[in-house]
Write a protein that binds this ligand. Structure first.
Ligand SMILES: [Zn+2]
Length: 489
């Protein structure tokens, strides 16, 4: 995949990844025999009165093989024991979910790892594996709306999930360290999940590592516990969070709080990087304050940046703890736009999340526009200037792109980012600053913690501005040709 320059999603270790174990289909029968896939059934309610197997696909436009039907997850409690020397993970996941239809079985996304036990309501359940899914067969069927707990014990040497065109997402090991950057498909590389952004949940992530290592994961560090040369790091995040935004980073970190914002800020960076971090990320509180003013209250309980001691090709907006590589530190604030970009995603992408990957411009266009807003605010180029330059560059490219439905291959194409930002600038020029920022604020506040579509955004903007905006969005989002920017007001 072509790399874009805007962050989020195409970040990889430059070091070689760990070798992956190879698994075929493994059927295990500890309670009722293997369960076949039920075919292309989508999530959601079912009219069927009799219990049936929930779907093993989602209805996603780009990644239907990720995601599962028949239930919704409300909480993941992950207990990970990791040995850095060998790369072996021994883990359990306690998943709390609610059946959305009468269920005789269901599936979870889990990439290659070995499953040793599945229990539902503390009773052993039958299960079967293929390379990507864990199929669970229930001893006692579940009624629609019944809440249940499933415990999965699993182990192995996690490695990234390969995208259809060869890119890798998810758990990556480099030397003795681990970085997890999962957008869009890497969640199942390290825990069983309903891997679709429309099923968001709360998380508890406990990670036990040798005491010379530190761990940075989503949410608040609830505590650490030392025993026999090992330390257990317990993180808690009520979310709701999509599986692609969950992260665990294992290595050597210095943790430091940062003052200057209403929101608690805690950061993690490699020992020895304190000075560069203090300079390059020094305006993070100021960016937070600007975005709270423009977008409404920060949607989560804590924020910060985790800098891993590896070169990543791009940062990622992992929830509450955005992920950067040491290549983002240059001592010159040369990458500050990424600091703004990933922070903006906490509103646009993480709190307000796409219901389908097709709507990715709602993440990337907004975060890119936030870079321009920070630039404008901090004495750099104005948004008008960014827009004019970007428009000029795009107008010279041979072929445009329909960013409202860019296709799986182009999801993270740079044009989705910059034309998305231009779309917002076109809206701003059309309705004026007051109405425009009202649309942004109310969009993030009205849909906080929820899932959204492009159609919903268009309807929202029309309602808030009392303007007919559909033709504007149609031309910017669903045609290849580049529309002219409306004149400045
Ligand atoms: Zn982004």
């Amino acid at each position: 995949m072509d790399m874009h320059g805007n962050g989020c999603s195409r970040r990889r270790f430059l070091a070689a990844a760990a070798a992956l174990p190879v698994m075929g289909l493994v059927a295990c029968d500890s309670g009722g025999g293997p369960v076949p896939s039920s075919g292309p059934v989508v999530s959601g309610t079912s009219q069927a009165a009799l219990p049936s197997v929930g779907g093993s696909t989602s209805a996603d436009s780009y990644y239907p093989s990720h995601g599962n039907g028949g239930y919704r997850v409300s909480h993941y409690a992950l207990d990970l024991h990791y040995t850095p020397d060998t790369g072996v993970l021994v883990a359990s996941a306690l998943i709390t979910a609610t059946a959305s239809q009468p269920l005789s079985g269901f599936s979870l996304d889990l990439h290659e790892l070995d499953v040793t036990e599945v229990r539902v309501a503390d009773v052993p359940a039958g299960f079967a594996r293929d390379k990507r899914k864990l199929y669970v067969r229930l001893v006692r069927p579940l009624a629609a709306e019944e809440r249940f707990e499933v415990l999965v014990r699993y182990s192995g040497r996690p490695g990234p999930v390969r995208m259809p065109w060869g890119e890798r997402t998810g758990w990556e090991r480099s030397r003795d360290r681990v970085v997890v950057a999962s957008q869009p498909l890497g969640g199942p590389s390290w825990f069983p999940c309903n891997d679709h952004p429309s099923d968001k949940a709360g998380y508890r992530i406990d990670v036990t590592v040798p005491e010379s290592y530190q761990v940075a994961a989503n949410g608040v560090l609830a505590g650490t516990r030392r025993e026999s040369g090992m330390t257990t790091w317990s993180y808690s995040h009520p979310g709701p969070m999509a599986s692609y935004l969950a992260t665990v980073n294992i290595g050597r970190f210095t943790f430091a709080d940062q003052a200057g914002s209403r929101v608690p800020l805690r950061n993690a960076y490699p020992p020895g990087a304190a000075e560069e971090f203090a300079h390059d990320f020094g305006r993070q509180p100021e960016i937070m304050n600007l975005f709270e003013r423009l977008f409404g209250p920060y949607p989560f309980e804590v924020y910060g940046a985790v800098i891993v001691d590896s070169d990543l090709q791009a940062p990622l907006e992992t929830q509450t703890f955005s992920l950067f590589g040491v290549d983002q530190l240059d001592g010159k604030r040369g990458k500050e736009r990424y600091v703004a970009h990933e922070l903006a995603h906490q509103w646009f992408g993480n709190s307000v999340t796409v219901a389908d990957w097709q709507h990715i411009w709602l993440n990337e266009g907004f975060a890119t526009y936030a870079e321009w807003l920070w630039s404008e605010h901090s004495g750099g180029r104005s948004a008008d200037d960014h827009a004019a330059r970007t428009w000029s560059t795009l107008s010279r490219s041979a072929k445009g792109i329909r960013i409202g439905d860019p296709g799986q291959r182009n999801m993270f194409d740079d044009r989705v980012y910059v034309r998305g930002a231009l779309t917002l600038h076109a809206l701003r020029r059309t309705v004026g600053d007051d109405a425009f920022f009202d649309v942004l604020r109310s969009w993030s506040q009205d849909h906080r913690g929820r899932n959204v579509t492009t159609d919903r955004f268009v309807a929202h903007a029309e309602r808030r501005t009392r303007s007919a905006l559909r033709p504007l969005f149609q031309s910017w989002l669903f045609t290849e040709g580049l529309p002219d920017l409306p004149p400045p007001r």
